[in-house]
Every structure is written in C-alpha cells, then in structure tokens.
Design a protein around this ligand. Sequence first.
Ligand code: DCS
Length: 478
Amino acid sequence: MALDYDALNENVKKCQYAVRGELYLRASELQKEGKKIIFTNVGNPHALGQKPLTFPRQVVALCQAPFLLDDPNVGMLFPADAIARAKHYLSLTSGGLGAYSDSRGIPGVRKEVAEFIERRDGYPSDPELIFLTDGASKGVMQILNCVIRGEGDGILVPVPQYPLYSATISLLGGSLVPYYLDESENWGLDVNNLRQSVAQARSQGISVRAMVIINPGNPTGQCLSEANLREILRFCYNEKLVLLGDEVYQQNIYQDERPFISAKKVLMDMGLPLSKEVQLVSFHTVSKGYWGECGQRGGYFEMTNIPPRVVEEIYKVASIALSPNVSAQIFMGLMVSPPKPGDISYDQFSRESKGILESLRRRAKIMTDGFNSCKNVVCNFTEGAMYSFPQIRLPPGALQAAKQAGKVPDVFYCLKLLEATGISTVPGSGFGQKEGVFHLRTTILPAEEEMPEIMDSFKKFNDEFMTQYDNNFGYSRM
Ligand code: DCS
C-alpha cells in the first residue's frame, strides 16, 4: 500500500526537522511524567508566558464576534480606535472572518503591507507583488516549490541555518548547497566562502538557482551589515541567483551599531542595473518581534523583479489552498499599521511593545553572559532574533560516552541537560555545523525573572558534566 512505510515518498523520509526532533519528543515524555520542562527549543514567545499585545487582540476579538459591535455596551469594553479598526477590517472582507479571501490575501491588507514597506525602505512597493501567507513558512515553501525542479537544482543556504530550509529542500527533492557562517567573526558571511560553495556545487553538476539569507540570523543571532548585504546582492546579480531574504526577526534587534536594513532597501539603493534585475523575495511574519503571535499563522512575502507571468503562476499555485487564514491577515494588517501617536490606544501599545523588546534585549545579554561564564562554553552575543547558540567544547570522554550511547555528541549533551535540569534545547547538529564542532540552541524567551535561575541550573549541570568527562586530553575543536 502506498502509505506503508517502505512505499512512502523517499523525500518525506529524508527530511529532518530538529526543532521538534528527538529532544522535543523526550521533553514531552518527561513532561507527561510530571517533570517541569522549560521549552526553549522553539521561538514561541506566548508559550513561555509573553502576554499578547492588547490592541490587536481587541480588534481581532471584535472581528471574530461582530455582533459585539451592535451591543450598546461595546464602548465600555473596547476603545473607540479598536472598534473603528475592527469595522475597517470587516469592511475589507467579503463576509467577515468566516469567508475565504482572495488566495493572495485581502487586497486592502496587502495595500497596508505595501505602505509599511514604503515607509520602512523609502521606496515604492506594489500590493500586487505581495502575497499573504499562513506564517512565513508557507511562503518559503511556495517559493522553493517554484524554484526547485529536481535534484540538479541547488539552493545556497547558510550553515548553521533554520531547518525549514533544509527540510523543504529535501521534501521537494532539490539540493542544499551550504555556505558556512564564520563563528570566530561573530557568524559573519564571507563572500569568498559563497564563491567556493557555488564553484564546488557546479563542479558536481548542480545548477545553483537561489540563495537564502536569514537576517537577523536563526540560530546564530547576527545582524547583517549594509556593506555585507551589498556584497550579497552583487553576488546574486553576477551569479544570476534569486535572493530569498528571510527577515522574520526584523523587529528583534539588541544592539545599536547595526540596525535592521532590508535587502530590498539595499537593492534599491544600489541603483541600476541591479535594482531592476536582481530577483528578490522577502519574507515576514506575525510570529516574531514583540508580537510573537506564532499560533495565528500570519505572514507575507514581497516579490521584487519577478516577471508578471511568474507572479501569475505563483498566484495559481496559491489558489489551490484557496485562502490564507483571514484572522491572521488582520493581525498582519495590524502589525504593519499599529496605533499611531495621538490614537487612544497608542500609549498602551507602545508601552507594551517597548516593554517586551527591552526585556528581550536584557535577556539576550543575561543568556550570552551566562553561557560565557560556563566551563568549555563560548557564545557570541545575540545581536538579534530570539536565540543563543553557544559552542560546547566537549572533552574526549564525552565524545566516547556519546558513541557508546549511540548518540551524536551534541544530542547526548542536550539529552543529559534535559534530564538533569528540564531545559529543553535543540542540538546544534539540527542546524548544521562544521565537522567536530558542537553547539546547542536555546531561545532567549523564558521570563526575565526566571532567567538567573535557569542559567544557574545550566551552569551547574554543564560544569559537572565537564568535570565528569574531562580526562585532560584536548577537546572538540573550535
Ligand atoms: N524563518 C525563520 C528564520 C524562522 O526562525 C521561522 C520560525 C520562520 C521562518 C517561520 O515562522 P512562521 O511560519 O511562524 O512565520 N522559527 C522557528 C524556530 O526556530 N523556532 O520557532 C519556530
């Protein structure tokens, strides 16, 4: 039978997604047995106690229950700007939240997204080239689906990377072409490495068609500089690559030297001929930033320099799924047009959003400093995104013990950490890393007041682990 394991599509079996892999499954088991688990494996802020922003929930609540708008007491429960905004979004739908929308998303919301991009970048954006999606993930999958024709097609992906990319490329039967980020240069991207990766792939008969950047980086947390983005865009121009700009963490910036700058803005700043020729698809989401509305599944992508006939084809494919979530589209509309100064809800909205971002900035530092105080652990500062990605230098005794247990060394370490402390992380091997180098990824999302205790418990476990396995013969290398 087609759904017997042996008969399954091999691409399904090959595809790996570590963020919900062995560690997560073991953590779920331990939780069922009554152990307290701190789930730092997924960037899922509300699951770790982050409160939703009030204004967008008020608006969407009214859209979900439009009869409340007819209630004479509605003004006692909801501020006037939330009521007005709910009416605005309902007027953009064709039958409220229970009706499918256009497969590209509600035109009025796509217009709001275009206006946001214009304000952000200072260049025009066309709503017809913006598609709303169920989270950024679906958008990435749609675009990779259009690009990958078979295993001869290669996609340049950073290593370490967020495994949405490796998993989707496997699923679609394409080839992942890795380019390595340099840990000793704060996870910087060296264009010479890119050239080598492309040359090597081509020598194996792979046609490299697209390049992925994640800015700010997951799991690595680095923010790309404008100069680096220029080099990348020029590289894509020379090599005729589509650039897929994953910019879902654009609000999550924790340093002031390198504010977020979009690939679209840098491309437009570069002028002709690049600005009219480099093909770029940029992704965004409501799951990250100070919104953290992961469960709503809202996202968009914007296409630049993609020919109209191709946009039509992407529209056709999107139509097969009928419509992105309509309530999530409204979250996206709200994210790109939040309350403005002078609006009734402005003060509360800005207090809430600033509070979350400032706390994330402090947590990024507490985590990095905490890791750097541990034996045999080194960690670059989390400049952006939601993760810390410390390198764990494992002593030979630990490598041997892992081998005996039949585990990859970082999986072994993370399992021990989970059993001892309840901290559920993702082993670095799930994101790809250089041979013989080990990491783990945690989110920086646990509540700030719990952070010192979590880091103390990590340090206690780690330092004991290192002492236990330390036989003084050299370590896994840097
Ligand atoms: N791109 C990157 C770089 C991500 O980290 C994520 C989610 C996505 C896209 C997709 O998000 P949405 O589909 O929700 O918009 N990050 C996962 C992670 O590493 N932990 O949590 C989810």
